[in-house]
Design a protein around this ligand. Structure first.
Ligand code: CIR
Length: 269
């Protein structure tokens, strides 16, 4: 059961962030409204929000998920602190322009998480490359996350009872992060784009395939009784509903222009 989320509203100079897309510049006012609707949806799912201040020093800082990995210690895990039920690992973004985002996030997380770990150089790791799937984590090796960073995270996770494996997406066309192409819904359901569906690592899951042309929808998020999905992908949303999920569709156009998806806009725990 998730109860809380950390979000950071979009900065005025959001359009100066990184993007590989060719969808045009995002509109700040529309992005703000979309972010507000996203926050309202999190609240509808029962989460209490910590809203950080917008930070124009870092135009990509609204994508808070990339800066940390949050998880719960498994009962059989060897917690290093007796009260370490919720654990946090401060990431180390692979894009130079985003590295500075961790200083403020360190302060924010230290207040909430008694057990705060960090990825250290030469490791790099973006939270968008980290997909929790029950007691296992998939960690993407990407343009942003290197093997040193992935190994450091895997070590921390194993202390808390989780197994992990690496998924190399460097040759998977058009995927910025692992979670641009997969999402775990619980109940053995793994959402996956066609480009990643054939990976042997995913063979034990019940795959929910995202049709070609709807790839952006793969970045969806299960929050308690609901699944947040990007609006405009009717075939995918219908598949989720057929599986019994209650969906909330959210307009994401301005974040998509900056290569961001639904999951990156919050840290949930
Ligand atoms: C970036 O390139 O870092 C941002 N413009 C987008 C980050 C999106 N994050 C994510 O998918 N986890």
């Amino acid at each position: 059961m998730l109860t809380r989320a950390i979000v950071r509203p979009t900065a005025l100079n959001f359009s100066e962030g990184l993007t590989t897309g060719k969808l045009g510049a995002p509109d700040y006012e529309i992005a703000m409204r979309q972010h507000e609707a996203y926050c309202a949806a999190l609240e509808q799912c029962g989460l209490m929000l910590s809203r950080l201040e917008a930070d124009s020093k870092y135009p990509d800082s609204t994508f808070v998920e990339d800066v940390a990995v949050l998880f719960e210690a498994l009962p059989h895990g060897r917690a290093t602190a007796p009260d370490a039920e919720h654990c946090a690992v401060l990431a180390r973004p692979g894009a130079a322009s985003r590295l500075g985002e961790i200083a403020n996030m360190r302060t924010v997380l230290a207040d909430v998480f008694p057990s705060l770990h960090e990825i250290n150089a030469p490791g790099t790791l973006d939270g968008g490359d980290v997909c929790e799937a029950g007691s296992h984590f998939f960690i993407g090796i990407s343009e942003r996350t290197n093997e040193a960073g992935a190994r450091q995270l895997a070590e921390v996770l194993s202390e808390f009872g989780y197994t992990s494996s690496f998924v190399d997406i460097r040759k998977a066309n058009g995927l910025l992060h692992l979670k641009s192409g997969i999402a775990y819904l619980g109940d053995t359901h793994l959402v996956v784009t066609e480009a990643l569906a054939g990976r042997a690592q995913f063979a034990d899951y019940d795959l929910v395939r995202v049709d070609r042309g709807e790839e952006y929808a793969a970045n969806c998020v299960r929050i308690n009784e609901h699944v947040l999905v990007a609006a405009g992908y009717p075939k995918f949303e219908a598949k989720l509903r057929q599986l019994g999920y209650r969906t909330i569709a959210l307009e994401m156009s301005e974040f998509q222009k900056m290569d961001g998806g639904l999951s990156c806009l919050s840290l949930r725990f």
